[in-house]
Design a protein around this ligand. Structure first.
Ligand code: ADP
Ligand code: PEP
Ligand code: MN
Length: 526
């Protein structure tokens, strides 16, 4: 299907071949024929993204104009002048002239009342397949009267110019809320597109009293929903794919006063060292036709994957429609959360594997958004670095964190949901000395938390952080519950824990003026 006029309203004079709403098979064939990817044993499409194998957070800009001036949190969002955006847009249009393009019309948001209609225009067929997997597909009927409110144009071959566009490299993600337009150039990492839609919803939904969240969601057999907040790599995707619970979504959701809804229709899972034993549902998607494998290494002869090979990227990914996971909620909607879990991958080995949070503590940890990154590849460097990314997703939050924080408080008060902090990071010592928490242990603790059995156990108050740590849990060795007892040198634990508490306090200073006293008092050591 072609259309000569679709780009005319933008001022593009000569349209190239425009592939509008191609389905999976056609996009597959296009991707192969154009040399964008190769087929692996079992059928997945394997692609490489070159230089950028993760998001370019520092190359993301928002246009500062009348629309955004008073609504954006400018301390966190880099600004672009309207003039620079015009120059960029003009150069994008030139780049679009005569170009063969792939266009998908999709929804962001499973809730028909609260979704946005997005037209995604791609240079790469596999990017178009990716976003068709990740977002929600309109029915044929809905497509006929589809009216795209937002447009995202993604041209990896476009090179931005710092002098002309006011950017910092040849990579750009430019968000314009007035024009309802996002321009992505100079990167082929597919995650930029899905996180751009997330950014739009994070801007739009708070005005409707809906809390947008960087979280996964699943539902138990009696309809009890659980929300898993967490920064990249903390376990949202891994832990939400639970054979005993129905998956709603792995990364982005909204929480209305009535319930939860997925923004997406697909998942984007980390592939590096993915284990068939620990994560069977996700692993099975690597053998399915349709799955897009980004920067996964494959033997060119046998077409077998090597998920342990990190030569292309540590952040290798698999994108698949959510129905590739066996146990899902088809319509992407469910009731309100009964449990809210905040995931952290604490490479200092300080945080307990699970703790119960009061509402003010949950607010404190939500605004803090703590996780840790393990040391880089430099030899001999074993000290991890703490990352504080507010709302567990600062790069995607256009508004001030207090906006999202207040929505969280409202939802917690309405529902009385129980809040937990879960450490999927190190135990037995910090990174270098201890080891990462076994996935099976995290799952066992989560099961106990979600089915209510942890609620009846005995707790101690953590001496540094003040939250309640269970002293026993069904099917779990008691030792692991108290990180101090897993360290060879408990005094070293105390020192590390005090250091981390101090990092929390320093990070929180910028929020102190914006929160109620009970949240300030939830700080470690208060
Ligand atoms: N205890 C654990 N809990 C969750 N994930 C773990 C754990 N131990 C190791 N992992 C690994 O950490 C990564 C978590 O990544 P993922 O679930 O994709 O995070 P997110 O979706 O939050 O970005 C996966 O590669 C998973 O195999
Ligand atoms: C896709 C991403 O999200 P996450 O790692 O949280 O799954 C990303 O940050 O690029
Ligand atoms: Mn994820």
């Amino acid at each position: 299907m072609t259309s000569e006029h679709m780009l005319a309203p933008f001022g593009v004079k000569t349209a190239g071949l425009l592939h509008h709403n191609l389905k999976e098979a056609a996009l597959y064939q296009q991707a192969i024929e154009r040399g964008e990817g190769e087929i692996a044993e079992g059928g997945p499409l394997v692609v490489k993204t070159g230089l950028h194998t993760g998001r370019s957070a520092k190359d993301k800009f928002t246009v500062r104009d009348d629309t955004s001036e008073d609504t954006l949190w400018w301390d966190n969002n880099a600004e672009m002048s309207p003039g620079n955006f015009e120059a960029l847009w003009s150069d994008f249009r030139e780049h679009l002239e005569g170009r063969e393009l792939f266009v998908q019309d999709l929804f962001g948001g499973a809730d028909p009342q609260n979704r946005i209609a997005v037209r995604v225009i791609n240079e790469l067929a596999w990017h178009n397949l990716f976003i068709r997997h990740l977002l929600r597909r309109p029915s044929d009927e809905e497509l006929e009267r589809f009216d795209p409110e937002y447009t995202i144009i993604n041209l990896p071959s476009f090179k931005a110019d710092p002098a002309r566009h006011g950017v910092r490299s040849d990579t750009v993600i430019a968000v314009n809320f007035t024009k309802k337009l996002i321009l992505i150039g100079g990167t082929a990492y597919a995650g930029e597109t899905k996180k751009s839609v997330f950014t739009l919803l994070n801007y739009v939904l708070p005005e409707r009293g809906i809390m947008p969240m960087h979280c996964s969601v699943n539902v138990g057999s009696d309809g009890d929903a659980a929300v898993f907040f967490g920064l990249s790599g903390t376990g949202k995707t891994t832990l939400s794919a639970d054979p005993n619970r129905q998956l709603v979504g792995d990364d982005e959701h909204g929480w209305t006063k009535d319930g939860l809804f997925n923004f997406e229709g697909g998942c984007y899972a980390k592939m590096i060292r993915l284990s068939a034993k620990a994560e069977p549902e996700i692993h099975a998607t690597t053998k399915k036709w349709g799955t897009v494998l980004e920067n996964v290494v494959m033997d060119p002869e046998t077409r077998e994957l090597d998920l342990d090979d990190d030569t292309l990227a540590e952040n290798s990914r698999g994108a698949y429609p959510i129905h590739y996971i066996p146990n899902i909620v088809e319509d992407g909607q469910c009731g309100p959360a009964r449990n809210v879990v905040m995931l952290t991958c604490d490479a200092f080995g300080v945080m307990p594997p699970i703790a119960k949070l009061s509402t003010p503590q949950a607010m404190y940890h939500f605004l803090s958004g703590y996780t840790a990154k393990v040391a880089g590849t430099e030899r001999g460097v074993t000290e991890p670095t703490a990352t504080f990314s507010t709302c567990f997703g600062a790069p995607f939050m256009p508004r001030h964190p207090s906006v999202y924080g207040e929505l969280l408080r409202r939802r917690l008060e309405e529902t009385g949901a129980t809040c937990w902090l879960v450490n999927t990071g190190w135990t037995g010592g910090a990174y270098g000395a201890g080891e990462r928490m076994p996935i099976a242990a995290t799952r066992a603790l989560l099961n106990a938390a979600l089915d209510g059995s942890l609620n009846t156990e005995r707790y101690r108050e953590d001496e540094n952080f003040g939250f309640l740590v269970p002293m026993e849990a069904p099917g779990i060795e008691t030792d692991i519950l108290n990180p101090r007892s897993t360290w060879a040198d408990p005094a070293a634990y105390d020192q590390q824990a005090r250091k981390l508490a101090e990092m929390f306090r320093r990070n929180f200073e910028k929020f102190e003026a914006h929160v109620a006293e009970d949240v300030r008092k939830a700080a470690p050591g208060s």
